[in-house]
Design a protein around this ligand. Structure first.
Ligand code: AKG
Length: 290
């Protein structure tokens, strides 16, 4: 199914017009073509590939379909390229306008869907997990930044467009993941259709925490890695906070900071990696199906 695409200006800024906000509210996502330029993506790729902390803290999350997806999650937007992207006007500033509130950095995440072995993400809403972490409202969202081209062959994202309007759907544990009630998903897919969101490295997707999404296993020869940033509206800070969910003011930076920042030497403490137990906490209270 076709869906709207958006574009930055010739100077690389992204203007969040009323049409952009309407598309986000209507479709549950917006795709911005080439929001990060070649140099910015190259800097991001290099940082992610060479950061021993990010690579070392990675865990496997079973997909219930005999494979695992490799994932690293961390709390803090530090002073390196990952953090500058997360704090930039064109990324964080855009989400502030989409959520109509100050946003804070809920977490950063690297999803490594490796060539030939990469696992699937089953149908879910992010709020299917995050509800269990104490957020009272779905006023959160994710930015998805592929650092490799993502297409149907290597497991691009698939959305059920407009499904965020259905509200939170019951989730069950499948493998190491939370999966949305499969019958509901089938009905919603019949009613609303399906979008394959094929993206080039540099394209950026912003999506609502209740939008149903999944991605298939990677049987191709090409890896599909992606950097994801989750933001929460300040007004949605949970009443009972822990280190994973707590509010911390995010100082936005101009887009130029992405290229100008010095390579940082992050420590485990500065990034604040989530342990497997932290990640699994989002599954608490969900029934398991085997
Ligand atoms: O990278 C993907 O394929 C999907 C990631 C995702 O949905 C998640 O981490 O919640």
């Amino acid at each position: 199914m076709d869906f709207p695409e958006h574009h930055p200006t010739s100077t690389g800024e992204f203007i969040v017009t009323e049409d952009v906000i309407n598309d986000y509210n209507e479709w549950g996502f917006i795709l911005v073509i080439n929001l990060l330029d070649k140099q910015e993506i190259e800097l991001l790729r290099e940082t992610i590939e060479t950061d021993d902390g990010i690579q070392g803290a990675c865990d496997g999350r079973a997909d219930g379909e005999q494979r695992k997806i490799r994932v690293t999650v961390w709390k803090n937007a530090i002073d390196d390229v990952t953090g500058m992207i997360a704090r930039s006007e064109k990324i964080a500033g855009t989400f502030q306008k989409l959520l109509n509130d100050e946003v804070y950095h809920y977490h950063g995440k690297l999803i490594m869907k490796d060539a030939k072995t990469g696992g699937a993400h089953i149908w879910h809403q992010d709020y299917g997990y995050w509800y269990n972490n104490g957020f009272l409202f779905p006023d959160l969202g994710t930015v998805f930044i592929p650092i490799d081209d993502a297409d149907r062959e290597n497991g691009c994202l698939k959305f059920i467009p407009k499904s965020h309007k259905a509200g939170r759907i019951e989730h069950l544990i499948v493998g190491g993941q939370a999966g949305a009630d499969t019958e509901r998903v089938a009905y919603l897919q019949d009613a609303l259709g399906l979008c394959h969101v094929e993206m080039k490295a540099g394209d950026v997707l912003f999506f609502h925490s209740n939008l149903l999404h999944r991605s298939e296993q990677n049987h191709s020869e090409r890896r599909r890695w992606a950097y994801l940033i989750a933001y929460c509206a300040k007004s949605n800070t949970p009443p009972e906070v822990d280190f994973r969910t707590r509010y911390s003011h995010l100082d936005l930076v101009p887009n130029s900071a992405i290229k100008e920042c010095q390579p940082a030497v992050p420590t485990r403490e500065s990034r604040g990696f989530f342990s497997q137990a932290d990640i699994s906490a989002s599954l608490k209270g969900l029934r398991a199906i085997h």
